[in-house]
Write a protein that binds this ligand. Structure first.
Ligand SMILES: [Zn+2]
Length: 234
């Protein structure tokens, strides 16, 4: 078991930067949510790192135009800074999840400090859905957090965070790999908005034409086994 864990830990950093998450990685970390099991034509778009005024309102407007729902994994500091955007996310029927308090990386951060940061983010976000920044989470960290939060990863990475990516490649990363139930990662950040303005309308149009609906991750359904609050790491 220990050797399997070590192997999985070494694979994780490499595989998470592929545009589609390999099945083997999903099987090695079965407690993490990689996609939503369904055969229906539904996609679960997600946006990390916001909310910020330069990006989030434009995304919300576009989603509304396509009658699309999505999930926003927000940084605690941004939630505190932009409460009006948080209200919009809720009022427009999207899901708001936790992306840590200040975008901490699991690598190089001790267990207690990491869990404390995630807990602070969860309290600010008022959410038990958690997505680790950079996808960087150690096995020991996930083993503690999974008892209290539902850890949501992805099976399709758009690559919009890469300043060197051309929009066509970003678009193809999505449409080549997404399938019913896929969780797709974008970013509502200042860094990604230039790419997103070109790619997101095309993705929404393509899958609308294909008969897909765009759904928000159902926090209630995913978190039913999670304990609401962490008390051990205050
Ligand atoms: Zn992030």
């Amino acid at each position: 078991m220990a050797s399997t864990d070590l192997w999985a830990q070494r694979l994780l950093p490499f595989m998470l930067y592929l545009s589609t998450t390999p099945k083997i990685l999903q099987q090695l970390f079965p407690d993490l949510v990689w996609r939503i099991p369904t055969n229906d034509k539904e996609l679960y778009l997600s946006f990390d790192d916001g909310p910020v005024p330069e990006s989030t309102p434009w995304i919300l407007d576009l989603l509304a135009a396509f009658q699309a729902k999505a999930s926003f994994f927000c940084v605690g500091q941004n939630i505190e800074r932009y409460p009006g955007l948080v209200s919009r996310i809720h009022e427009e029927g999207h899901t708001l999840g936790n992306h840590s308090y200040n975008h901490v990386s699991g690598w190089g951060t001790g267990l207690t400090e990491y869990v404390r940061n995630v807990r602070k983010g969860a309290q600010v976000a008022k959410s038990n859905l958690y997505r680790p920044p950079y996808g960087r989470i150690r096995l020991a960290q996930s083993r503690v957090l999974r008892h209290h939060y539902t850890i949501v990863m992805w099976d399709v990475l758009s690559g919009d965070f890469d300043p060197g990516i051309d929009p066509a490649s970003c678009y193809l990363n999505v449409v080549r790999h997404a399938q019913p139930g896929s969780i797709v990662v974008f970013h509502d950040s200042r860094k990604s908005i230039h790419t997103l303005r070109q790619v997101l309308p095309e993705v929404l149009q393509y899958y609308s034409d294909e008969g897909y609906s765009f759904r928000a991750i159902d926090a209630g359904a995913l978190c039913k086994h999670a304990v609401p609050e962490v008390v051990a790491y205050s």
